[in-house]
Design a protein around this ligand. Structure first.
Ligand SMILES: [Zn+2]
Length: 248
């Protein structure tokens, strides 16, 4: 039986929930917007999947990385962020989605540049900005240039304070991304069970030589501490976002 399961998992027909270990038919999981129907675990999504899930059909117009001037050779590799102009329940906005599957969603020079470009675009078009964050933090391979992006994006957010901004934290958002532009939005939302924090719990435990509570850095705990405005189930995300966008 386990061999049959392995084959079905390998060819993608069945998927195992990482939270409750339930084996789910992938098509059913997809129909349920990649939420486990047994334990409500929200699977991680790629940027394009997220855009398809949140934006109105055929409303998305990509803003390419080459438009940011980050690289004038016109050969920009895929990056850990993807975005454009789109409608959410007929509410127009600028949307940016970080992709954890690309180098852990880390923020290097091009990601930083792109985020700044989205902020400027939002101001230019007089549109609100929606950012989905999923990141391991600053891209350490880019050294100090990666760290500079915290400063640059924070400065850009301060310069565009008049642009209404909504951040949706998804699992996980950590390090320099959680500690810079993402927390400076007007409305902070999160998906259930997302980990949001700066240093990871293992690092903190080994540094402080203590055991952390099981709900440490999870969205529910952060909501009770006042860091978040609301936790939104993936099924309600579109409606909640459009409701907020209408206020702006
Ligand atoms: Zn589950």
């Amino acid at each position: 039986m386990s061999e049959v399961l392995d084959v079905a998992k390998k060819d993608g027909r069945w998927t195992e929930c990482p939270s409750c270990s339930e084996i789910i038919i992938t098509q059913k999981l997809q129909e349920n917007l990649w939420v486990c129907s047994h334990c409500e675990y929200h699977f991680r999504l790629g940027a394009k999947q997220r855009i398809a899930l949140v934006c109105d059909q055929d409303s998305f117009n990509e803003i390419s990385l080459s438009e940011t001037g980050a690289d004038d050779r016109g050969q920009i590799p895929d990056e850990a962020i993807y975005g454009g102009m789109a409608d959410i329940n007929a509410c127009r906005c600028i949307i940016g989605v970080m992709d954890f599957s690309h180098k852990g969603g880390t923020m290097g020079v091009q990601v930083g540049q792109y985020i700044i470009h989205l902020m400027k675009m939002a101001r230019q078009e007089s549109l609100p900005l929606v950012l989905f964050c999923a990141s391991g933090g600053v891209r350490i391979q880019e050294g100090i240039w990666g760290l500079f992006q915290m400063l640059r994006t924070t400065h850009a957010r301060n310069e565009t304070r008049d642009v209404p901004m909504i951040t949706v934290f998804t699992d996980p958002t950590t390090g320099g991304v959680s500690a810079s532009f993402s927390a400076l939005a007007d409305v902070l939302l999160a998906e259930p069970g997302s980990r949001i924090g700066f240093a990871g719990p293992r690092v903190i435990e080994s540094t402080l030589q203590c055991t952390l509570p099981s709900d440490f850095q999870n969205a529910e705990k952060l909501l009770s501490n006042g860091f978040l405005d609301r936790i939104v189930h993936r099924h309600d995300l579109r409606d909640t976002l459009s409701l907020i966008l209408r206020w702006f």
